[in-house]
Design a protein around this ligand. Structure first.
Ligand SMILES: *Cc1c(COP(=O)(O)O)cnc(C)c1O
Length: 365
């Protein structure tokens, strides 16, 4: 049996640090917005190379609160990838704006800057590139477009903690970066957690207000905020895990290199494409399969975990029926949904396991 991802192994390796962190919080008698959150914010900002990190409840709210803090709302358009996890779209709709999907560069599955240029209108207020599967989008042309049109750029970094673009970390590449620390992300909490990174003092200040009922001083409310606070327990766990993030990402890199070597030249299986400027952290190892069912059947028979990211693109979800989009509107997103397949990868997978998965895929294809 080869699990898709072994989260318990991560805990067991870091058990002394994580247990100590949890005990420290329990013993402190202080559980919301305290020393652990402040310390994590400082440590993670420094890791990403930005001035500010604001700890929040989860990744969706991190995306949504940045858009709200930029006063984006009804009548505004937010450019989002046609092929992404639905949270990116939900952040736009949650603040009343219209998600405007743009097709990817089919090689990387990330936003295509040339198509983004064509989608910008006078109503466009933000572009939200997603660093899908752990590899950054091509940020230089996207930032140039944002600057030229006076449009903000928000990175969705949920899948790319520690990834680099031309040597710089994801999360410092745009006006702001929204992170999720959902347990299965490369830096994951043991519950829900999220954060925003930015160099913008005003944005950071506004987010600190928004996350806490719109209040800076207890019982004085400046605006109608929300409750979206990173809690002390999750912050302490993230602090215990952050020092291992680069090591764990390095292990994933070695496993991905092995997959790329062992699966070269399999007919009907397209391997991930890594541009020369990208340093992905392999949140997922995804291939594209001409006959996916054949391969997943073989993986099932061999008791090997697999997942599909994602089987239904947002524009075909029932949730977005109201936008009036139909099958055929975003053919690249649809093609990715129909062919993509994620194979086991994680800091505790072994080269031997990767070889076995590769062999099963090769025999099935
Ligand atoms: C996980 C994820 C999110 C949402 O994060 P949550 O913490 O689960 O709300 C947003 N965008 C992408 C691309 C994700 O993978």
């Amino acid at each position: 049996m080869i699990p898709f991802l072994d989260l318990r192994a991560v805990y067991l390796e870091l058990k002394p640090e994580i247990d100590a962190a949890m005990a420290r919080v329990a013993d402190s008698g202080w559980y919301i917005l305290g020393k652990e959150v402040a310390a994590f914010e400082e440590e993670f900002a420094s890791y990403c190379g930005v001035k500010h990190c604001v700890g929040l409840g989860n990744g969706l709210e991190a995306l949504e609160l940045v858009l709200r803090a930029w006063d984006i709302g009804p009548g505004d358009e937010v450019i989002v990838p046609s092929s992404t996890y639905i949270a990116t779209w939900l952040a736009a709709t949650a603040c009343g704006a219209k998600p405007v999907p743009v097709e990817p560069d089919i090689r990387t599955a990330n936003l295509d800057p040339e198509r983004v240029a064509q989608a910008i209108t006078p109503r466009t207020k933000a572009i939200v590139p997603v660093h899908l599967y752990g590899q950054t989008s091509d940020m230089d042309p996207l930032m140039a477009l944002g600057r030229r049109h006076g449009v903000k750029v928000l990175e969705d970094v949920a899948q790319a903690q520690g990834a680099r673009y031309k040597g710089r970390r994801a999360g410092c590449l745009a006006d702001a970066g929204a992170f999720s620390f959902f347990p299965s992300k490369n830096l994951g909490a043991m519950g829900d957690a999220g954060a925003v990174t930015t160099d913008d003092d005003r944005l950071a200040d506004r987010l600190r207000t928004l996350r806490n009922y719109g209040s800076k001083v207890k019982y004085v409310n400046l605006e109608t905020g929300v409750n979206s606070r990173l809690d002390e327990m999750q912050a302490a766990i993230l602090r215990a895990k952050l020092p291992s993030l680069d090591t764990f990402n390095e292990r994933r890199r070695a496993l991905a290199a092995r997959y790329l070597e062992k699966m070269r030249g399999i007919a009907g299986v397209e391997l991930p494409y890594v541009p020369q400027w990208a340093e992905p952290i392999w949140h997922l190892f995804t291939v594209r399969c001409a006959d996916r069912k054949r391969i997943t059947d073989a993986l099932d028979a061999a008791k090997i975990g697999w997942l599909i990211h994602y089987p239904i693109p947002p524009h075909l979800q029932e949730a977005y029926r109201g936008l009036g989009m139909k099958k055929g509107d975003f053919p690249l997103a649809e093609r990715i949904a129909e062919t993509t397949l994620s194979l086991p990868i994680g800091p505790h997978a072994t080269l031997d396991q990767i070889d076995r998965v590769a062999n099963v895929v090769r025999s099935a294809a």
